[in-house]
Design a protein. Structure first.
Length: 628
């Protein structure tokens, strides 16, 4: 159910759908289409792309504010009581109960994606070849997001929904025209990017065999831009027709193709020692083309779903007279979202440049992958249940309810993530040696991934808090403030990365691909986590000014209680890790034993302490799980 928007509210950019704000990406994930922030589309109260709050000045729009044939929510009179708590609770339970199919798709995507990452790391290592591949693969992601990604995700869908609600043909011709123009633009941009691949690679990698290999990988991987854009547009068309499952499952196909690609790579004859100078042409072509084919498959597999949904593609380029204004609107609606993307890419570019200079970009990439997984698996599913209520409260100006839901989301995030933070700090090196120390990835480099993760794990809860705060701003139809907060975060990260690189950079003449600068590499992730702390503080200050006192005393109480229980469990786990290391060594078997035994015992101790402390939010989470 959606709430109509008044004309006076059109001026603020927003990412808003179906009464729930769309969470912005932080642009640290590897895949723009399959990021960890994907909500559950199947639930009754889940976000509906087809019920969008537009941005910009309305041109002849109806005041309904929705393209979905749903009854509008009755207006809430001043002083009137909100919906009964038991109604909200039943709604949340129904939302969580109905999320099974999309949860399976999300879990399958994460599991296969993680397996893909492990295999790529084992095949290419963390040295020059791995860094060259990750740099080349990061370029299409970065260019896509910078040029078109934010526009597609934040502007295309509202425009399609607008046409669907107002045009006589249900927006079919307008959709075909917009997709035709966007596809042609994608093709031109992709071709220019491929031609500029050597120049782009030279901006990130120092001269030598590593730059040459990065340039080749970039040439093979930059065509991904075209297929990323196609996939985003196809998903947009499907979503406005209430078809969500194909888009949720399509990343699994990409992951499967990449797994097969790595297996074929291993079967090829090649040098005993893999480096940019010895890597064979066949190996380069297989891993490069296979990666692009995976992204292409992820997009093209959606075409049958489009046909089943009743959409037929026809090439159209000339706009109708009534559509000229809306076609121009494509450029005017993306301002703050594009600014958000540009600011984010500044941080990504600096980390990639410094990481390559110190031989640690692959290490940072894999540590960041592990850092983001707990939030994507645990917290998004917890917050999905409260976001529609928060959004409706923000629309009707019920700040008290917004504050209550903000507090609840923060407490649930603390319960889910602080124990994980303790686990990553204690078990990080053992976990990464167990997972990554195979093939061309040495035990030392796998251990460095884990120590990098352990030193930066403190940023996990602040990261979740920032994501929650940005949801609140978008719920209030404010796109400017998230961009400004992101600027503070990226500025902090860039300054810390540059300063730490100056202090800890490897001595001149060091082969950083073989011996990466440990502290400089670790500070890439530490700086990122500190930027999340800054973002959480700035967001809290701005929200306090906007909404008044946020009542975060209960949040701090929950954080302190769960942190105490997690510290007890973490100390027990750390003792077991040290014991297994002394008894079995620090290689794979000793790390595996410490990870499994230490993790299980530490978790049991933490859970027992938390339960004995009678932490209300822990019991709330346990009760929700029991009802599933």
């Amino acid at each position: 159910m959606t709430t109509p928007v008044k004309d006076g509210d059109w001026g603020s950019p927003t990412l808003y759908a179906g009464g729930q704000p769309i969470e912005p990406r932080m642009f640290t994930e590897a895949d723009p289409m399959g990021g960890v922030l994907l909500p559950d589309w199947s639930a009754p109260d889940a976000p509906r792309w087809s019920a969008t709050t537009y941005v910009g000045k309305p041109r002849g729009r109806k005041d309904a504010g929705s393209a979905v044939a749903e009854p509008e929510a009755p207006p809430v009179e001043p002083g009137a009581e909100p919906a009964a708590p038991e109604d909200a609770e039943r709604s949340n339970r129904g939302l969580m109960a109905a999320s099974g199919s999309m949860a399976v798709a999300s879990l399958a995507s994460r599991i296969t994606g993680f397996l893909r990452s492990i295999l790529i790391l084992a095949a290419l290592g963390t040295g020059a070849v791995g860094n060259a591949y990750n740099s080349g693969n990061n370029l299409p992601n970065m260019i896509y997001e910078l040029l078109l990604g934010g526009v597609l995700s934040s502007v295309l869908i509202p425009l399609l929904v607008h046409a669907q609600s107002e045009d006589d043909d249900n927006g079919v011709a307008y959709t075909q025209r917009l997709l035709s123009i966007a596809t042609a633009a994608l093709g031109v941009m992709t071709l220019l990017a491929v031609l500029a691949a050597p120049l782009i690679a030279s901006g990130f990698v120092q001269a030598g065999p590593k730059r040459e290999l990065t340039s080749i990988f970039a040439t093979l991987l930059l065509p991904e831009i075209f297929f990323y854009g196609l996939g985003a547009m196809f998903i947009a068309v499907l979503n406005i027709r209430h078809v969500y499952k194909p888009g949720a499952w399509s990343p699994v196909l990409n992951n499967v193709i990449m797994i097969v690609t790595v297996l074929v790579f291993w079967l090829l004859p090649g040098p005993a020692t893999l480096n940019p100078a010895t890597m064979t042409t066949a190996q380069i072509l297989v891993i490069g083309i296979g990666t692009t084919v995976g992204i292409a498959g992820q997009a093209l597999v959606l075409i049958p779903a489009l046909k089943r949904a009743g959409f037929t593609w026809q090439w159209r380029f000339r706009a109708r007279p009534s559509e000229v204004g809306r076609m121009r609107e494509v450029g005017s609606l993306a301002g703050w979202v594009l600014a958000y993307v540009v600011v984010s890419q500044i941080g990504v570019t600096v980390i990639q440049k410094v990481g390559n200079d110190n031989g640690g970009f692959s290490i940072f990439t894999n540590a960041d992958l592990l850092f983001q997984m707990p939030y994507g698996i645990l917290v998004v599913s917890l917050l999905t249940a409260i976001m529609p209520r928060m959004s409706r409260a923000a629309v009707r100006g019920d700040n008290e309810s917004v504050i209550e839901d903000l507090s609840l989301g923060a407490r649930l995030s603390a319960v889910a993530l602080i124990p994980v933070t303790a686990g990553l700090i204690v078990l990080g090196p053992a976990m990464t040696v167990t997972l990554f120390a195979y093939g061309n990835t040495t035990i030392a480099n796998a251990h460095l991934i884990g120590s990098t993760l352990a030193w930066s794990a403190f940023g996990l809860f602040p990261f979740a808090l920032v994501m929650l705060q940005l949801r609140v701003f978008y719920a209030m139809r404010d796109g400017k403030t998230p961009t400004l907060i992101n600027a503070f975060m990226v500025g902090t990260k860039v300054i810390l990365v540059i300063v730490s690189n100056h202090v800890f950079q490897a001595p001149r003449g060091t082969n950083v691909d073989v011996h990466p600068s440990v502290h400089a590499v670790q500070w890439l992730s530490i700086s990122t986590s500190l930027s999340y702390v800054v973002g959480a503080i700035v967001g809290h200050i701005v929200l306090t000014r906007r909404l008044g006192h946020l009542g975060f005393r209960s949040v701090l109480r929950t954080v302190g209680q769960i942190a105490f229980a997690s510290a007890i469990g973490g100390l027990v786990a750390y003792g077991i890790v040290l014991w297994s290391r002394n008894l079995l060594g620090g290689a794979r078997f000793g790390s595996w034993a410490g990870l499994v035994v230490g993790g299980l015992v530490g978790l049991a101790v933490m859970a027992a302490v938390a339960w004995r402390m009678r932490i209300p939010d822990v019991r709330l989470v346990v009760g929700s799980v029991r009802r599933q």
